[in-house]
Design a protein around this ligand. Structure first.
Ligand code: SAM
Length: 429
């Protein structure tokens, strides 16, 4: 590594990346639960160390928008994409500067009206519920939400839908969603919603959506008040990281984390619990699910020529389970296209920081960081260094462990994440 930028990059990647003693609840970072989100200190470290005010920072898979919010707070231009409708709403609400006073007034008014609607217009709400969803979505809603919870949720939602101001509306919509999507399954009948396959618990004690919303609103208003009022420079779009609508050489830094291989975190499984309330039919959401990087759907997917170590891992897994091998080939092919787009849009002499974990498929480690580093080199990146992060499982929502893998070497490796520093050669020395 010759120039100052590269030495800085290596030194940042070699420094402490665990951040166990730091809070991840600063500013609006905790507006809503999101599985496997970064601690804010992680993108902050690279944004502060590798860019200047006014530079463009990209996250092509924004998730909850940790990188974008950190870029905005540091006075950088933040650019982000995702295909998940809830991630986009969350990221938008998190980075939009809204007047806390206006949000508080609208939230309190909305609560008052929703409470009185539950008592005074109960029949009308019931009639509207019967019309609101298509048959399949209705079946889903009836299975996962108690009848009284449905009434309260609709009463809240109707108040949100009439709000005129976009920023306030998306802030309150997020508070609404965050009473549904929680680790414990929130106000639905689901258990462990954000973590594993949801289980329905008929005897789960009733949690009133209106009361939960009231608590959440207070908490989110406190977070909002901590956000500086300056007008942020954010470009956020619904877009596929494999084909970015950006000019070549237009980005100064990428900080991102792709999904885990083998669909280890199924975002849509939890997100649909909120999205059905926001007008998405369940069938449409099932179609969305197939488009996620790492999804197990194989129809119509295009594979790429992959380098030898990656091809070897795929082959070993395919020898045990052909379908899983094909799924992993899809994942690495998609990531080859994502890395190809990253090297195209980054300026020469600049870096992409990609945070990944490994998955275990049929007892074999997917070696995600080795494979992505190898694929990155194939598309023209140099690997500056690969940093290691030890995960604090109690604080971060991670894929569930499988019983038989506990205490194994592989399980230990799954407590770690790898921070790959991809460097695009060229540019001024
Ligand atoms: C690990 S999460 C990102 C978490 C993020 N770093 C944070 O701090 O919240 C991965 C994200 O990739 C998104 N994703 C999956 N496939 C995608 C695609 N083809 N294009 C863009 N984003 C995609 C998922 O919707 C998810 O939000």
């Amino acid at each position: 590594m010759s120039n100052t930028y590269q030495s800085k990059l290596v030194s940042l990647l070699s420094s402490d990346l665990d951040f166990h003693s730091s809070s991840s609840r600063e500013f609006t970072h905790d507006l809503h639960a999101f599985p496997a989100k970064f601690p804010p200190q992680l993108p902050r470290k690279f944004i502060d160390g590798l860019t200047q005010p006014g530079d463009v920072v990209l996250d092509p898979m924004v998730g909850s928008g940790t990188t974008l919010l950190e870029a905005v707070l540091a006075g950088r231009c933040a650019v982000g994409f995702d295909i998940d409708p809830l991630a986009l709403r969350l990221c938008n609400a998190k980075t939009t500067s809204v007047s806390p006073l206006q949000a508080a007034q609208a939230g309190l008014m909305m609560l008052r009206k929703a409470k009185s609607a539950v008592y005074e217009q109960n029949e009308g709400l019931q009639a509207e519920l019967a019309r609101r969803f298509d048959a399949k979505t209705q079946e889903f809603v009836d299975y996962w939400f108690a009848p009284e919870a449905q009434i309260e949720l609709l009463a809240l939602l109707k108040q949100i839908e009439v709000l005129q101001e976009d920023g306030v509306r998306s802030f309150l919509e997020l508070a609404f969603s965050s009473v549904i999507i929680t680790k414990s399954g929130g106000v639905s009948l689901a258990l462990d919603l954000a973590h594993t396959r949801p289980h329905r618990a008929k005897d789960k004690p009733y949690r009133s959506p209106i009361k939960e919303f009231e608590k959440r609103l207070k908490q989110n208003l406190t977070s909002l008040a901590a956000l500086p009022a300056a007008r942020p420079l954010v470009v956020l779009g619904c877009g596929d990281a494999q084909s970015l609508p950006l000019k070549s050489g237009s980005v100064d830094l990428v900080v991102t984390s792709p999904p885990y291989p083998a669909n280890a975190i199924d975002y849509m499984r939890a997100h649909k619990f909120s999205l059905v309330w926001m007008g998405y039919p369940i069938d449409i959401l099932s179609q969305y699910r197939k488009r996620y990087i790492g999804s197990e759907a194989l129809d119509g997917t295009k594979t790429e020529e992959l380098p030898s170590t990656t091809a070897g891992v795929i082959q070993a897994i395919a020898a045990r389970d052909r379908g899983k091998g094909a799924g992993l080939r899809r994942y690495y092919s998609e990531m080859a296209r994502v890395l190809g787009e990253m090297i195209r849009v980054i300026r020469p002499g600049r870096a992409a920081i990609v945070v990944v974990g490994s998955s275990v498929i049929r007892g074999i480690d997917t070696r995600t960081y080795d494979c992505l580093a190898e694929i990155g080199q194939q598309v023209g990146f140099e690997i500056a260094h690969i940093g290691v992060r030890n995960l604090d499982r109690d604080r971060r929502m991670m894929p569930a462990r499988r019983g038989h893998e506990r205490n194994s070497q592989i399980e230990n490796r799954m407590h770690r994440e790898y921070v790959i520093g991809f460097y695009k050669p060229g540019g001024p020395q």
